[in-house]
Design a protein around this ligand. Structure first.
Ligand code: 13P
Length: 251
């Protein structure tokens, strides 16, 4: 069975005090069974967060990392550094990294290789802009992001890959893909992986939806056959709304 996941990507939000407030709230919650809960704080709060939730079934995730082992890369953080504070999962290829920080598929493929070489788990983000959808190029674009970012991997590497489909036009806009649009793209992603690798690999990969997931729409989105959870931005900053989303898996 595929892993069900609700992951909070805090982006550049929550300083130390706010992080601590969230963690105190989170640790009071009864976490839903059968759902992997992940949170991705800023680099500065990873160590504290990891220590704070050590005894809790919460996975602490980094939002990015550099592809090199170490060296003269001012401002960057390596896989080894993340591992040294207990972090074993990293988000790569977020659309904000792609568009604002010019990370292309080649660099992302390198980052994926480095993360996997460190036995880390990767949440690999893909997603089209509105212009691609308007010209009916969204499937081609997604296929290209998969091919160039992930399809060099060996079959065995896929056990450490989670995919997050985040249509750029739905991120932070309040506009969500309809459950049908999400299902259509998730099924396409799974089919593309099955054609390149096998049904067995495709059926084991968790594919998360991201883009304005809120407590009010999570249940319907998560009910789709090929949607295995969510990568949540804004609504993950507040414990109550984050937990409401995590609990949307329940009947
Ligand atoms: P929002 O949930 O704020 O739209 O952000 C989605 C996202 O980018 C998660 O990585």
């Amino acid at each position: 069975m595929r892993q069900k996941i609700v992951a909070g990507n805090w982006k550049m939000n929550n300083d130390m005090a706010e992080t601590e407030m969230f963690l105190v709230g989170l640790k009071k919650q009864v976490l839903p069974e059968g759902v992997t809960i992940m949170i991705a704080p800023a680099f500065t709060n990873l160590n504290h967060t990891f220590q704070s939730v050590r005894e809790h079934p919460v996975t602490v995730v980094a939002q990015n990392m550099h592809q090199s082992e170490n060296g003269a890369f001012t401002g960057e953080v390596s896989a080894g550094m993340l591992k040294s504070v207990g972090v074993k999962t990293v988000i790569l290829g977020h659309s904000e990294r792609r568009s604002l920080f010019k990370e292309d598929n080649d660099v992302l493929a390198e980052k994926v290789n480095t993360a996997l070489a460190h036995d880390m788990e990767v949440i690999f983000c893909i997603g089209e802009e509105l212009s691609h959808r308007e010209t009916d190029d969204h499937f081609t674009l997604i296929e290209e992001q998969l091919e160039e970012g992930l399809f060099h991997l060996s079959e065995v590497s896929w056990k450490n890959i989670i995919i997050a489909y985040e249509p750029v036009w739905a991120i932070g806009t309040g506009e969500t893909a309809t459950p049908d649009q999400a299902q259509e793209m998730h099924a396409f992603i799974r089919k593309t992986i099955a054609e390149k690798y096998s049904n067995s690999i495709a059926n084991k990969v968790s594919i998360l939806y991201g883009g304005s997931v809120k407590p009010k729409n999570a249940k319907e989105i998560f009910a789709q056959k090929d949607v295995d959870g969510g990568l949540v931005g804004g609504a993950s900053l507040d414990v109550e709304s984050f937990m409401a989303i995590a609990n949307a898996f329940k009947k």
